[in-house]
Design a binder for this molecule. Structure first.
Ligand code: PLP
Length: 402
């Protein structure tokens, strides 16, 4: 009687289902699970941000609809942050749009630009809303494989002419979830050139710009010449300030794109809780020490995991950014011999089977790569969102299994 829409039926299957179910079952059985699966910081939001929320929430002025396109003081704080961090000038009135978390904006943007049959160029593996947003807007997906042989960057030359003609959006995300790859300005320059030539809008997702190691400082797409004419960049307080539950992020860049996204949103939501906006200003306003301490913490965990895995003969490249480690599924699950590093992982290496094995045999949760798209098959993602001692424990458990 209730028929689902074609769009809903076209959404990619949720491949984490099996592993989620197995995880719940393991927890219910009282097993001691080490969860390296979730990309959600385990540390609390810094206290001064919470204090600001508390104080702002007591002011009745914050209790009403926040119908403007984000408070002017928040948009100014975002502009100042971009200027400070990337030396990028943004007009707070026309080039910045606060969002209820960046996922919301990422998923709504295609509604503003896709007509039936138009394409989004989407990296694969990827953060799932790039695909979901396109499909819900009636668009089609062209997958750009992120291959290890190309340091997990899309190969723009491989995109066929007939697809370029029908493409409206190209999604890029560096530092990248799930591969932890990074991109430099020369890549962004190529993307701008490609986008201008083919009249395609660039959508850059910069959620992990502040989570980087060994002195590395990720760039913004908007730093390169012509970027603001070519696209839009999404950013978020979620990962930088351990605020995933608060729901606050923003889009910045081309004013026409910003106003189109604002128009979509004005039909869907009624703004971000004003007290959260004020707390967001407190977050952006400083205490640099927080970011440094956070990165040191993840870096220690990263080194613990990488050293541990390499002591098992599991050769893994140490990521320069993000709190993820993206590793190949061992070719032979039942031996401890080092497996060979081939050019590309086998598509038959079963990341779901391997993740289930780790859960069953070692009580460790990792995310199967295929859940991020078919080119993620052959890999699993470890998230560095548990403390160092637990990571050590996870490595010891792996030693027994592998
Ligand atoms: C976590 C994450 C985000 C942030 O999402 P919010 O909705 O702002 O919490 C955006 N993009 C990627 C790739 C992420 O991993």
């Amino acid at each position: 009687m209730f028929n689902l829409s074609k769009k809903i039926q076209l959404l990619p299957p949720y491949l984490f289902l099996e592993i989620d179910k197995a995880k719940r079952k393991a927890r219910a059985e009282g097993r001691d699970i080490i969860d390296l699966g979730v990309g959600d910081p385990d540390q609390p939001t810094p206290t001064h941000i919470i204090e600001k929320l508390y104080q702002a929430a007591k002011d009745p002025a914050t209790h009403r609809y926040a119908l403007d396109q984000g408070m002017p003081v928040l948009r100014q704080a975002i502009a100042d942050w971009y200027k400070n961090r990337f030396n990028v000038e943004l007009n707070p009135e026309t080039e910045i749009l606060p969002l209820i978390g960046s996922k919301e904006g990422i998923a709504h943007l295609p509604l503003a630009f896709l007509n039936a049959g138009d394409y989004s160029l989407v990296p694969d593996p990827c953060y799932p809303p790039y695909k979901g947003g396109t499909i819900l807007a009636g668009g089609k997906l062209y997958l750009m494989p992120l291959l290890e042989s190309n340091v997990f960057l899309p190969d723009l030359k491989k995109i066929p002419i007939n697809i370029r003609r029908k493409a409206k959006l190209i999604y890029i995300n560096y530092p990248n979830n799930p591969t932890a790859a990074t991109a430099e300005k020369d890549f962004y320059q190529k993307v701008v050139k490609f986008a201008n030539k083919n009249k395609i809008i660039v959508v850059s997702d910069l959620a992990y710009s502040e989570i980087a190691y060994d002195g590395y400082r990720p760039s913004s797409f908007l730093e390169v010449e012509g970027a603001k004419e070519a696209g839009i960049e999404f950013h978020s307080l979620s990962k930088t300030y351990n605020m995933t539950g608060w729901r606050i992020g923003w889009a910045s860049g081309n004013a026409k794109l910003i106003s189109a996204l604002a128009k979509v949103k004005s039909n869907i939501d009624s703004g971000i809780f004003s007290a959260v906006q004020l707390a967001g200003i407190a977050a952006l306003g400083g205490r640099e020490g927080h970011i440094r301490n956070m990165c040191n913490l993840y870096q220690e965990r990263r080194d613990t995991l990488i050293n541990g895995l390499s002591s098992l003969g599991w050769q893994v490249k140490s990521p320069r950014a993000t709190f993820y480690v993206w590793v190949r599924v061992p070719k032979k699950l039942d031996t401890s011999t080092p497996f060979s590093v081939r050019d590309e992982p086998s598509r038959t290496a079963d990341s779901i089977k391997f993740s289930k094995l780790l859960l069953e045999k070692a009580n460790i949760v990792v995310t199967p790569g295929v859940g991020f798209g078919k080119y993620g098959e052959g890999y699993v993602r470890f998230a560095l969102t548990v403390d160092k001692e637990r990571i050590k424990e996870a490595v010891e458990r792996l030693r027994k299994v592998l």
